[in-house]
Design a protein around this ligand. Structure first.
Ligand SMILES: Cc1cc2nc3c(=O)[nH]c(=O)nc-3n(C[C@H](O)[C@H](O)[C@H](O)COP(=O)(O)O)c2cc1C
Length: 349
C-alpha cells in the first residue's frame, strides 16, 4: 500500500493520510472579502484529504489586492468562515487557513494599497482590477521601516480570527510573488534597512507574531523557491530559501511549491528546516510515493483536488480522474466548483 494512506503528524495536527488539498484561489467571494455559503459545500466535498489548505485570505484591507477573494480582518469576514470550517469538521476533515498580503501583485481598485519592499513594478502580465478587467500593474509604494511591524501584527490578528472561526491551523503564504515572498527574494527587495540587509527578517517577524498568537505547532509556511510568476527572481535561491527554512524552524510544517524545477532544492531545504515537509507541483500517485519514500511528510494536490473531490478514493482504486476545466477556475458559480462528479462506485473496479 502507498504511504499516502498512512497517518502523519504535523505539529499539533494529526492527519489520517498524507494527501493535502493545495490552496487555491477561486475568486467567488465578495469584493468586501466575505466567503460564500457555497464554499462550505466545496471544501466539505474534499474533506477526505488529510488536510485542506484554503484559498489565500487577505490579512488586511491594504493586502486585499485581488477581486472576489476573502479577507480576515473584520468580524463579518471571520463569521463568513465559520460555516466552512464547521462543514469540513462535520465531514471528518481538517483545514488550515492560508493567509496573505498581496503586496505588489494586487490592484488598488479592489481595496488594497499597492505596497512592496521596494518600488519595483511587475513588468510582465497584467493585474485584475475590481471589475475583473485586466489592467497594467501599478508601481508599488515602498513600505517605510516603521510600518512593517504593523503588517506582521495584521498576520497575527488574521491568524487569531481564523482559529476563532474554527480553523485547525494557519498557513502563511510566503510563496508565489506576494508580500512575504517579495521581501525574501533579491529581485524585489532592494532595501538598505534591516529588512533588506536580512531579507528573512520580515518572514521571521510574521512567523514569531503568528506563533505567539496561535502556537508554532499549528503554524505552517509555504514557499515557492523558483516560482517565476509575476517577475519573481533571486540571485541565489538555494541560499535565500535555506536561510528562510532555518528562520522558520520549529513550526508545524514547511510547504514547498516545486515549480520551476525546485524539487532539486527540496532535500537541502528540508534539512535546513528540520521538520515535516509538504511537497507540491504536478504530483500523481507514482511520484507521490517516490517523494514520501524520500522523506516528504505529505503531498499537496492543486488542480487534481479541484476537479476530484474524492481524489484520495480515486488514488486508492486506481480510478481515472476528472478533467479540470480552467474556464471555471476563477469566478463564476457552482459550475466547476461544487459540481465535479464523484466516482461512480457501482462501476468502479
Ligand atoms: C485555480 C488556482 C488557484 C490557486 N491559488 C493559490 C493560492 O491561493 N495560494 C497558493 O499558495 N497557491 C495557489 N495556487 C497554486 C496551487 O496551490 C499549486 O501550487 C499549483 O496548482 C501546482 O500544484 P498542482 O500541480 O498539484 O496543481 C493556485 C492554483 C490554481 C490552479
Amino acid at each position: 500500500m502507498s504511504q499516502l494512506f498512512t497517518p502523519v503528524r504535523l505539529g499539533r495536527l494529526e492527519l489520517p493520510n498524507r494527501a493535502v488539498m493545495a490552496p487555491m484561489t477561486r475568486t467567488r467571494a465578495s469584493n468586501t472579502g466575505l466567503q460564500t455559503p457555497l464554499a462550505a459545500t466545496y471544501y466539505a466535498q474534499r474533506a477526505g484529504a488529510g488536510l485542506i489548505v484554503t484559498e489565500a485570505i487577505a490579512v488586511s484591507a491594504q493586502g486585499h489586492g485581488y477581486p472576489a477573494t476573502p479577507g480576515l480582518w473584520n468580524e463579518a469576514q471571520q463569521q463568513s468562515w465559520v460555516p466552512v470550517f464547521d462543514a469540513v469538521h462535520r465531514a471528518g476533515g481538517r483545514i488550515a487557513a492560508q493567509i496573505f498580503h498581496t503586496g505588489r501583485s494586487g490592484h488598488s481598485s479592489v481595496f488594497g494599497e499597492i505596497v512592496a519592499p521596494s518600488a519595483i513594478p511587475i513588468r510582465t502580465g497584467q493585474a485584475r482590477d475590481a471589475n475583473f478587467q485586466f489592467v497594467p500593474f501599478e508601481t508599488p509604494r515602498e513600505l517605510t521601516t516603521a510600518e512593517i511591524p504593523g503588517i506582521a501584527r495584521d498576520f497575527a490578528s488574521a491568524a487569531r480570527r481564523a482559529i476563532d472561526a474554527g480553523a485547525d491551523a494557519v498557513e502563511l503564504h510566503a510563496a508565489n510573488s506576494y508580500l512575504i515572498d517579495e521581501f525574501l527574494r533579491s529581485g524585489t527587495n532592494h532595501r538598505t534597512d534591516a529588512y533588506g540587509k536580512d531579507r528573512t527578517r520580515f518572514l521571521r517577524e510574521v512567523v514569531e507574531a503568528v506563533a505567539a498568537e496561535i502556537g508554532a505547532d499549528r503554524t505552517g509556511v509555504r514557499f515557492s523557491p523558483l516560482g517565476p510568476w509575476n517577475d519573481m527572481s533571486d540571485e541565489n535561491p538555494l541560499d535565500t530559501f535555506s536561510q528562510a527554512a532555518r528562520a522558520i524552524r520549529g513550526i508545524a510544517y514547511m510547504h514547498l511549491v516545486e515549480a520551476g524545477g525546485a524539487e532539486a532544492l527540496t532535500p537541502a531545504l528540508g534539512e535546513a528546516f528540520g521538520g515535516p515537509v509538504i511537497v507540491n507541483g504536478g504530483y500523481d500517485l507514482a511520484r507521490s510515493d517516490a517523494a514520501l519514500q524520500s522523506g516528504a511528510a505529505a503531498v499537496a494536490y492543486g488542480v487534481s483536488y479541484l476537479a476530484n473531490p474524492d481524489l484520495l478514493e480515486r488514488f486508492r482504486r486506481n480510478a481515472p480522474l476528472n478533467t479540470p476545466d480552467p474556464a471555471t477556475f476563477y469566478g463564476g458559480d457552482e459550475r466547476g466548483y461544487t459540481d465535479y462528479p464523484l466516482l461512480d462506485l457501482s462501476r468502479a473496479a
